[in-house]
Design a protein around this ligand. Structure first.
Ligand code: CUA
Length: 403
């Protein structure tokens, strides 16, 4: 807004307060020009002074010092995020270990660098101005000269942002095209992930494997790429699949099939989580992606394709399991337990966690879970089955054999 100087040295917007205090003039800002003249400036001289101030700002050690300080703070804060190239155990977008995550990381660095540059210039000029033009005891109480109407400046602050936004747009569009437009190679692994309140169903249609919350995939090798293409579906509400070191997040929407892919390059355990609020236990809807070397992935596949263990020692528990309503919600492959409402239990004990990462999958926690899941994950869809202590022990003994 163009500012003029009122009769009592208040800065007032042209044509607002000014109108109320004195008659409107044919050129309202004549007041300002007159005021400039009081200070002995012509408008052309002011422009000269403006550009000279720009050079002074650049060369001023204050501005340099402040900029250096801001850079140091940025580096100290961001440094740990860039440290090592290993699966981290915590979600971290700055350590990509998969092709799409790497592409997103690169474009995000460009965006961050441009934004940091803008921040440093704007904040540096602001802080410089606050110090350089602060009130001093020797001030004579006059308003400083008011400057307006520089075509060069207006042109600069119109064109520079347009160019900046255009560069960001092109870089982002290219990354989106590269990631979303990728076609699966012939030997890609296909996995269907189904979000439930509050766990992940993970199906390998070509391998005949169904598991939950822990997705196993092969790592790619320099000689042979082996990306995993995911089909994302929801059984109830909207969820979002996000493993930051492997790929960006993709929403998981009811009645819709979304697709994404990952291509990990490093074996290890990658953690992620549901990234869309989906109800009370949204925070306990964690994801683990276990990346194997190609040989180990073959071994895992072979083990998962085995029928469930039928240990004679656990027959009593097996009988209890098959005569209670457990079988309405859970599947144990090759048996009459064919429920699909809850996780497949065929190889339950091959998983590291229970309740989608809520607790470790130990005998003790499993017992506590079966006794009353609501004490571990309040609001989850598995009720307290009101088992007797004996039934509980027998069922848990049976479940522990499902390796
Ligand atoms: Cu599922 Cu949040």
């Amino acid at each position: 807004m163009l500012s003029c100087i009122g009769p009592k040295s208040n800065i007032q917007p042209c044509g607002s307060l000014l109108e109320k205090t004195q008659p409107r003039q044919s050129d309202e800002c004549q007041v300002t020009r007159d005021r400039f003249a009081e200070f002995g400036f012509q408008v052309s001289e002011l422009r000269l002074r403006t550009s000279m101030s720009g050079f002074q700002i650049l060369s001023n050690r204050w501005a340099f010092g402040i900029a250096s300080f801001l850079w140091c703070v940025t580096i100290v804060l961001a440094g740990p995020a860039f440290a090592a190239d290993v699966p981290t155990g915590v979600t971290n977008i700055f350590k990509p270990l998969s092709t799409p995550a790497q592409a997103i990381y690169e474009v995000s660095l460009l965006v961050l660098a441009i934004c940091a540059g803008i921040f440093l210039v704007v904040a540096g000029l602001l802080v410089y101005t606050l110090f350089r033009f602060r009130q001093r005891p020797t001030d004579d109480g006059h308003e400083p000269p008011q400057i307006y109407g520089s075509n060069q400046l207006e042109f600069a602050w119109t064109v520079i942002p347009i160019v900046t936004v255009f560069v960001l747009f092109l870089a982002t569009a290219r990354t989106i095209y590269d990631v979303q437009g990728a076609l699966p190679p012939a030997d890609a692994l296909n996995v269907t992930v189904i979000g439930h309140q509050w766990w992940w169903e993970i199906r390998y249609p070509e391998l005949g494997i169904v598991t939950a919350n822990e997705m196993h995939v092969p790592a790619g090798e320099a000689s042979k790429r082996r990306p995993t293409f995911l089909k994302l579906e929801s059984a109830d509400v909207a969820h979002s699949f996000w493993v930051p070191q492997l790929a960006g997040k993709t929403d998981v929407i009811p009645n819709r099939e979304n697709r994404m892919w990952i291509e990990p390059i490093e074996p290890g355990i990658y953690v992620g989580n549901c990234a869309e609020y989906c109800g009370m236990q949204h925070a306990h809807m964690l994801l683990r992606v276990i990346v194997h070397s190609p040989g180990d992935f073959e071994k895992w596949t072979a083990a998962q394709q085995q029928p469930p263990v039928d240990d004679p020692q656990a027959r009593a528990g097996r009988d209890v399991f098959f005569t209670t309503s457990c079988i309405n919600c859970h599947t144990i492959k090759g048996t009459k337990a064919m429920g699909t409402f809850g996780p497949d239990l065929t190889h339950l004990m091959s998983r590291e966690t229970l309740g989608a990462g809520t607790v470790p999958n130990t005998a003790e926690k499993l017992q506590a879970w079966v006794r009353d899941p609501q004490t571990i994950k309040e609001g989850c869809n598995m009720p307290n089955m009101q088992l007797t202590e004996n039934e509980l022990n027998q069922i848990v003994a049976y479940l522990l054999t499902l390796k």
